[in-house]
Design a binder for this molecule. Structure first.
Ligand code: SAM
Length: 299
């Protein structure tokens, strides 16, 4: 379909497929645009092994857009199409990994795929540690909730075999599951406080919650403060040179409720401009989709 020319539309193949709101396409399209440029920037590295994409919460290869019968290739297949020499895909569900492998093979793009079944928090640092230091690395961290631990983000950035000139780039889905806990004026359920500490790697989120609870922060200020705290962690705790974010809404056309923020971190001087360009292309592309907000096919 023309309006999705920058994504890969697929058909139902009866293998496991997650269903997400239309906003997921903005994330996938961002990855596609960025990796296209990343691959061009890595042309010279192809002489000595190319670049690596690590998809830490990889899914099953396809997503279906909620309330539609439309299927699109997800991040791992996008990675395989983008010129990476190796695509590491980590996924908790064995059935998703099997589906991803089959889908990659069916499309003739499975040779570069390396899959691991298990928890990204333990596997991602192991994989990063094995990647040669001169290899450029792009890491997508796309959890559904609070699964991604701060120590994993840090280990991915700093762990390496023999010292890396630049840290792997990371695109992180900072999703609204975390934000929803913080921007309401309801107290945080006691069991989740520890999980939030693990997620942020810093107790400063508690100060933000206090400001929200006492009325000193509006919901939107709370959300901004929380995302900024995460970005500050990427800069100060890990030492990334460039950190940016983009807010993604559930319904792009009417600026509906927040879905997530994409947070990007890199040490490369050219990277922020390229990612900004990817964010903007996605924005333009999405606003031109005649089908937005999505209609059911039979409507
Ligand atoms: C938002 S989806 C990823 C979608 C994918 N990026 C795509 O474009 O198709 C998150 C995935 O992470 C998996 N998952 C959840 N917890 C995990 C963990 N601790 N380690 C690895 N994968 C996990 C889920 O099974 C789910 O498939």
């Amino acid at each position: 379909m023309d309006e999705f020319s920058h994504l890969y539309e697929a058909s139902d193949d009866s293998l496991p497929t997650a269903v997400y709101g239309q906003h997921t396409l903005q994330k996938i399209a961002t990855v596609r645009y960025y990796l296209e440029a990343f691959d061009k920037a890595c042309t010279r590295t192809k002489l000595y092994g190319g670049w690596t994409f690590v998809d830490t919460f990889a899914g099953s290869g396809l997503v279906r857009v909620r309330d539609t019968e439309r299927f699109f290739e997800g991040s791992a297949l996008i990675g395989l199409r983008s010129g990476a020499s190796i695509v590491h895909a980590i996924e908790l569900q064995e059935s998703n990994v099997a589906a991803l492998q089959q889908r990659a093979n069916d499309r003739g793009i499975g040779a570069a795929l390396r899959t691991r079944v298990g928890n990204a928090n333990s596997i991602a640092p192991e994989i990063i540690a094995q990647i040669p230091p001169l290899t450029p690395v792009f890491v997508l961290q796309d959890p559904e909730g609070m699964e991604l631990k701060w120590e994993t983000v840090k280990a991915v950035a700093t762990g390496s075999r023999g010292g890396r000139r630049r840290k792997p780039e990371q695109l992180i889905n900072f999703n609204d599951g975390v934000l929803r806990l913080l921007w309401t004026d309801q107290p945080i359920p006691p069991g989740l406080e520890g999980a939030l500490d693990t997620y942020f790697g810093n107790p400063a989120w508690r100060e933000i919650v206090k400001k929200r609870a006492s009325g000193r922060f509006e919901p939107w200020e709370t959300i901004r403060a929380v995302v900024d705290l995460y970005k500050q962690q990427l800069r100060n705790d890990i030492g990334y040179a460039y950190v940016l974010d983009r807010e993604i809404r559930r319904d792009h056309v009417t600026r509906g409720p927040l879905a997530y923020h994409l947070v990007f971190a890199s040490d490369h001087d050219a990277a922020p401009g390229i990612m900004q360009d990817a964010f903007n292309k996605v924005h333009v592309g999405q606003s031109q989709f005649p089908g937005m907000p999505f209609q059911k096919r039979d409507e």
